[in-house]
Design a protein around this ligand. Structure first.
Ligand code: F6R
Length: 614
C-alpha cells in the first residue's frame, strides 16, 4: 500500500530512487513521483499510472544533478489516480516536499484550518495537508525534524512520512506510525524505505524502526528519536537475501518464479525446526511450556490468502491438540467482540507483517491479555514486533501481488505450530509426531514432482482462458483450497470464480451450474473414506447438470479419475498436508490464464500487495 523511499549519499539520487521504486511497485501502481533536492531548489516529477510513465517523463525532461531525494509509488485512497494526486506533495512555497503512506484520518479538519489561514491545495489527498504543516513549521524557524515532530503531533491515523527541505540539503527526515519504514545503512549513503527490497542492491545492513519514531538520515548518520524527541532504541540487522531474490531470474513474472520457488521455500521453512529424533524445535516460541499448556482456546486471525492458510490450520490444530480453534478474518475479528481470556492463544498469519487489519487484531487480543504468536515472512515487520512470539516463514521476498510461496510456507509454519503444541501438551505420542514430521520433510520433493508435471494444467489454461466463470469445490482442508484457487483466479485473471464447500453446493449455488461450466474439485486422499466418497458424490451432482469437471486427486485414484473430464494427479500425502500440493496446479492455472489474457500478472488492477490501511 504505497511504497516510499528516501535517499541521501554519493550516487545520483534519481537513479537510486527510481530503481528502488521499481522494486516496490507491487505496493501500488496508481502513480509514481520523485522530489530531488538540487542546487536550484526541489525538482518534483510525478505521473499518474505505472512507474514507466514517470520514467518516460524523466527521460524526456532530464533533471539537474542531485544526491538527495524522495520517491513514492501510490495505491490511491484519498483522491483518484491523477498527476495532481501523485506524491510527492509540496508545501505552500515548494520549500518542503513530502511523501506519505497511510491515511490521515483528521485531514479534513486540518485542511479547513489551513484554508482559513489562506492556504490553497492542488490535490484531493490527505497527504498534501501534511506537506503544508511541515513547511509552515520550517518557515517559522524550526528545523525539518522539529517541524515533522510538530506536524505528527497533530495527525490522527496511520502514516509513514518522508520529507526534504530545500533549505536544509543533506538530510531526509521521516516519521513512522503503523506503516512500514526501514533504514538502509550504506557506506557514505543512507536509505529510508517501506521495504528493504528497494535498497538491497546497495546495502544489506538495515535498521528496524519502532512505532511513533522520527528518523533523520544524512549520508553518514542515522538519528532516531520517539515522537516526543526522547532517544529511541533501534535494532540493526543484516538482510539474509540478496538482489537476485528480488529479480525475476529469467521468468516472465515474479508470480511464476515464486510458484517454482515453493519447494525450496518450504524446505527452508522446515530447516532447523526438527530435531534428529523427529521432535519439533521452535526456539522462537518465547512462550513457556506451562503457559502453552494452559491454553484452552486458539483463534487464528489473518486476511485473504493468509486467512485461507488459517482455515487449514484450524483443521490441523484441533485434530492434533484437541484445543478448540476458531478462525477469523482480521477485519471482522474485533467487531464481533470475540471471547478472549489470558488462556487464549491468538495466532496471526501475515506474509508482509504489515497488514493493518491483522495488526489491529493483535492489539485488540493483547489488550485482553491473550498471548499472540505471529507467522510472518518479513523480518522486523510491525506484526512480529508486536507479538509475543514469531515463527518466521523463510520464503524470501514475495513480490508478485498474488501470494503463492507466502501461502505454502504459512501452511507449513501452521503445521509446525500445531505439532509443537501437540508435543508440549502431550496430545500426540512422540512417534505419531515423528511420522507426521517425516511427511512434512517429504513435501518439498513431492511439490517438485507436481511442478514438473504441469502439461495438463497448461493445456487447461489454453482451453479455458476465455470462459466467463469457474467454480472450485472442496471439503475439509480442500474447502479452503477451493477458496484460494478461486481467489487466485479472480485477482489476476479478473474471471468470475467462486469457491464452495462441496456439500454446501446443493443448498443454492448448484443453480449456477450450466453446460460445460468448468468446476475444479479437490478430492482428498483415498484413505479418508467418508470425505473422499462424499466428494465423489458431489462431483457426480455437478456432472449430472452438465459441468465440466477438473478433478485434483491422488495419483491412482481411479474412482475420482473416472468422474473427471480432466484429472490432475497429486502425489500421496496425509489429508491435512494435501493443500500444499493441491494449490500448486491452481496457482499455475491462474498465472497462465492471466498471461494468455494479456494481463499484468504481477500488478493486477486495483490491488496492492501490502494492505496497510484498514
Ligand atoms: C492474495 C493476497 C492477499 C494477502 C492478504 C494478506 O493473493 O496476497 O489476499 O494474502 O492481503 O496479506 P499478508 O499476508 O501480507 O498479511
Amino acid at each position: 500500500m504505497c511504497g516510499i523511499i528516501g535517499y541521501v549519499g554519493c550516487q545520483d539520487a534519481k537513479t537510486v530512487i527510481i530503481s528502488g521504486l521499481r522494486r516496490m511497485e507491487y505496493r501500488g501502481y496508481d502513480s509514481a513521483g520523485v522530489a530531488l533536492v538540487t542546487d536550484h531548489g526541489i525538482e518534483v516529477r510525478k505521473k499518474a499510472g505505472k512507474l514507466k510513465n514517470l520514467e518516460a517523463d524523466l527521460a524526456a525532461h532530464p533533471t539537474p544533478d542531485s544526491h538527495e531525494g524522495i520517491g513514492h509509488t501510490r495505491w490511491a485512497t484519498h483522491g483518484g489516480p491523477t498527476d495532481e494526486n501523485a506524491h510527492p506533495h509540496l508545501g505552500p512555497t515548494g520549500r518542503v516536499a513530502l511523501v506519505h503512506n497511510g491515511i490521515i484520518e483528521n485531514f479534513a479538519e486540518l485542511k479547513a484550518e489551513l484554508e482559513r489561514a489562506g492556504a490553497t491545495f492542488l490535490s484531493q489527498t490527505d497527504s498534501e495537508v501534511v506537506a503544508h504543516l511541515v513547511e509552515n513549521g520550517v518557515a517559522s524557524g524550526s528545523t525539518l525534524r522539529e517541524a515533522m515532530m510538530a506536524a505528527v503531533a497533530r495527525l490522527e491515523g496511520t502514516f509513514t512520512l518522508v520529507a526534504v527541505d530545500a533549505q536544509a540539503p543533506g538530510s531526509v527526515v521521516a516519521a513512522r506510525r503503523n506503516s512500514p519504514l526501514v533504514v538502509g545503512v550504506g557506506e557514505g549513503e543512507m536509505f529510508l524505505a517501506s521495504d528493504v527490497a528497494s535498497f538491497i542492491e546497495h546495502t544489506r545492513e538495515a535498521i528496524e524502526l519502532g512505532q511513533d519514531q522520527i528518523v533523520e538520515i544524512t549520508a553518514t548518520s542515522v538519528d532516531v528519536t520517539s515522537f516526543d524527541g526522547s532517544p529511541a532504541l533501534t535494532k540493526p540487522y543484516h538482510i539474509d537475501w540478496d538482489l537476485s531474490a528480488a529479480e525475476k531470474g529469467g521468468y516472465d513474472w515474479f508470480m511464476r518464479k515464486e510458484i517454482f520457488e515453493q519447494p525450496k521455500a518450504v524446505a527452508d521453512t522446515l530447516l532447523g525446526r526438527i530435531g534428529p529424533d523427529g521432535s519439533l524445535i521452535l526456539d522462537e516460541m518465547r512462550i513457556d511450556a506451562a503457559t502453552l499448556r494452559s491454553i484452552d482456546k486458539i483463534i487464528v486471525v489473518a486476511c485473504g490468502t493468509a486467512y485461507h492458510a488459517g482455515m487449514i490450520a484450524k483443521y490441523a490444530i484441533e485434530h492434533w491438540t484437541r484445543i478448540p480453534c476458531e478462525v477469523d478474518i482480521a477485519s471482522e475479528f474485533r467487531y464481533r467482540d470475540p471471547i478472549i481470556t489470558a488462556n487464549t492463544l491468538v495466532v496471526t498469519i501475515s506474509q508482509s507483517g504489515e497488514t493493518a487489519d491483522t495488526l489491529m487484531a493483535i492489539r485488540h487480543a493483547r489488550e485482553q491479555h491473550a498471548k499472540v504468536v505471529s507467522i510472518c515472512n518479513t523480518n522486523g515487520a510491525t506484526i512480529p514486533r508486536e507479538s509475543d512470539a514469531v515463527i518466521y516463514t523463510h520464503a524470501g521476498p514475495e513480490i508478485g501481488v498474488a501470494s503463492t510461496k507466502g501461502f505454502t510456507t504459512q501452511l507449513v509454519a501452521c503445521y509446525l505450530l500445531g505439532l509443537y503444541l501437540a508435543q508440549v501438551k502431550g496430545t500426540k505420542f512422540g512417534d505419531e509426531i515423528h511420522s507426521l514430521v517425516r511427511e512434512l520433510e517429504a513435501l518439498p520433493a513431492k511439490m517438485e514432482e507436481v511442478l514438473k508435471d504441469l502439461g495438463a494444467t497448461l493445456d487447461l489454461a489454453q482451453q479455458l482462458h476465455d470462459v466467463s466463470s469457474v467454480l472450485f469445490l472442496g471439503r475439509h482442508v480442500g474447502y479452503p483450497i477451493a477458496l484460494e484457487g478461486a481467489l487466485k483466479l479472480k485477482e489476476i485473471s479478473y474471471l468470475h470464480a467462486e469457491g464452495f464447500a462441496a456439500g454446501e453446493l446443493k443448498h443454492g449455488p448448484i443453480a449456477l451450474i450450466e453446460d460445460w461450466l468448468p468446476v475444479f474439485v479437490v478430492v482428498p486422499p483415498q484413505g479418508r473414506d467418508q470425505i473422499h466418497d462424499k466428494v465423489l458424490s458431489n462431483i457426480q451432482e455437478v456432472r449430472a447438470r452438465g459441468a465440466r469437471t477438473i478433478v485434483l486427486g491422488e495419483r491412482g485414484d481411479e474412482a475420482a479419475a473416472s468422474y473427471a473430464d480432466h484429472f490432475l494427479a497429486l502425489p500421496t500425502v496425509p489429508t491435512l498436508f494435501q493443500p500444499v500440493l493441491a494449490i500448486l496446479p491452481l496457482q499455475v492455472f491462474s498465472c497462465e490464464v492471466a498471461t494468455l489474457k494479456g494481463y499484468d500478472v504481477d500488478q493486477p488492477r486495483n490491488l496492492a500487495k501490502s494492505v496497510t490501511v484498514e
